[in-house]
Design a protein around this ligand. Structure first.
Ligand code: PSU
Ligand code: MN
Length: 303
C-alpha cells in the first residue's frame, strides 16, 4: 500500500477484513455546497453507508497529508475552511510538497481510492465535457481518470451545465461503460431525463458488482460510471432547470469565469437562481448514490 496515505482505523479494519468500503470525494463539501449544508450532507452520507453495512472513506488532503477516512473534526474543518484548494491530478505535487489542504475532485479521489484498494466511489455528479469545449478545451480531468483508474463511480449522471452528448462520446472513446441503474436514459443530475440513451440498463446492485468484476478480471483497466437517477419525488423539472442553467452559463461568461472555478461558480449560481431548490435536489441525489454504492460494494466483496 502507498505509504503516503493516512488511513482511518475504521477504513483500515475494513481493508484488512475485506469488508465493503465506499470512497467519497471532498470537493463536493468544500466547493460544491455552502456551509452548513455541506457538513450535514457529509455526515449523513457516511451514516447512510454505515446503515447499509459498508464503511465510508471520505478522501481529502489535510496539511499535505492524504487522508482516507476523515474524523468528524476533520470533516468539520474542511467544510468551514475558506482556503481549501480544489485538487485534481495535476495539483498533487504542489499540495503535498507545500503541505496545503485540498479537497479532492472525482479525478483525485479515484486516484487515491485506487492506491488504497477501494473499488466503489459515490459522488453527486461527475465532471465532463463543458459546453463550448470546442473553443475552450474545458474537459474535466475526471474523464481521464475514468478512462484509466479501476474504480466504479456512482453518480446521478452529469449536469447539463455540461455538453452531455460530447461527454458520452468522450467516455465511449476512452472505453468507459456508462450503466443506467434501473433506467435506459442518462440522468441529468437535477432531473431524471436528459434525452440521451444509454447502452445498458442494470437493475440490481449485484448485477453491477458482477459487471465491474468481469471487466477488471479480464485485465481491462478503467472506471465504470453507474448513473443513478435522482429519486422521482425530488427530480426537478428538466426544462425549468435547463433554463436556469443557461442563465448561469451566461453569467459565467459575462464575468469571465474560467478553469477550475467554472463548476463551483455554476453550482452556486444555480442554487441562487432556484432559491435553494437545486441544493435540496443535490442533497437527495447524493444520499441516493451513497446507498447504491454501499450495496454494490457489499456484493463486490462477496464475488
Ligand atoms: N458536480 C457537482 N458537484 C461538485 C462537482 C461536480 O454536482 O462538487 C465537483 C466534483 O468534485 C467534480 C468536479 O470532480 O466538480 C469537476 O470539476 P471540473 O469541472 O473543474 O473538472
Ligand atoms: Mn475544467
Amino acid at each position: 500500500m502507498n505509504s503516503n496515505l493516512s488511513i482511518h482505523p475504521e477504513v483500515q479494519n475494513a481493508r484488512v477484513n475485506n469488508l465493503p468500503i465506499v470512497a467519497l470525494e471532498s470537493t463536493i463539501i468544500s466547493h460544491g455546497m455552502p456551509y452548513p449544508e455541506n457538513i450535514k450532507m457529509a455526515l449523513r452520507v457516511e451514516e447512510i453507508i454505515r446503515a447499509e453495512g459498508a464503511v465510508p472513506a471520505t478522501i481529502a488532503i489535510l496539511n499535505g497529508q492524504i487522508k482516507v477516512g476523515l474524523t468528524r473534526d476533520e470533516l468539520q474543518e474542511l467544510a468551514q475552511s475558506k482556503d481549501v484548494l480544489k485538487v485534481s491530478k495535476r495539483d498533487f505535487g504542489y499540495v503535498l510538497s507545500q503541505k496545503k489542504t485540498g479537497a479532492t475532485t472525482v479525478s483525485a479521489t479515484m486516484l487515491i481510492a485506487e492506491m488504497a484498494g477501494i473499488k466503489v466511489f459515490a459522488t453527486g455528479g461527475i465532471g465532463g465535457v463543458h459546453r463550448g469545449a470546442e473553443k475552450t478545451f474545458d474537459i474535466s480531468r475526471d474523464l481521464e481518470e475514468l478512462a484509466n483508474v479501476n474504480v466504479a463511480v456512482v453518480c446521478a449522471g452529469a449536469k447539463s451545465i455540461l455538453d452531455l452528448g460530447l461527454t458520452l462520446e468522450f467516455l465511449e472513446t476512452k472505453g468507459v461503460e456508462v450503466l443506467g441503474y434501473q433506467t435506459k436514459e442518462l440522468p441529468a443530475f437535477y432531473s431524471r431525463e436528459s434525452g440521451f440513451d444509454l447502452d445498458y440498463q442494470m437493475d440490481t446492485p449485484e448485477d453491477i458488482a458482477k459487471l465491474i468484476h468481469a471487466k477488471w478480471s479480464l485485465g481491462l483497466s478503467g472506471g465504470v460510471v453507474v448513473a443513478n437517477p435522482i429519486p422521482k419525488k425530488y427530480s426537478m423539472d428538466a426544462q425549468k432547470i435547463d433554463q436556469v442553467i443557461l442563465e448561469a452559463l451566461d453569467k459565467a461568461q459575462l464575468l469571465g469565469i474560467k478553469g477550475k472555478e467554472t463548476t463551483p461558480f455554476l453550482l452556486s449560481k444555480i442554487k441562487e437562481l432556484t432559491q435553494g431548490d437545486s441544493l435540496d435536489a443535490n442533497l437527495e441525489l447524493v444520499f441516493n448514490n451513497a446507498k447504491l454504492a454501499a450495496q454494490i460494494a457489499k456484493f463486490y466483496v462477496m464475488i
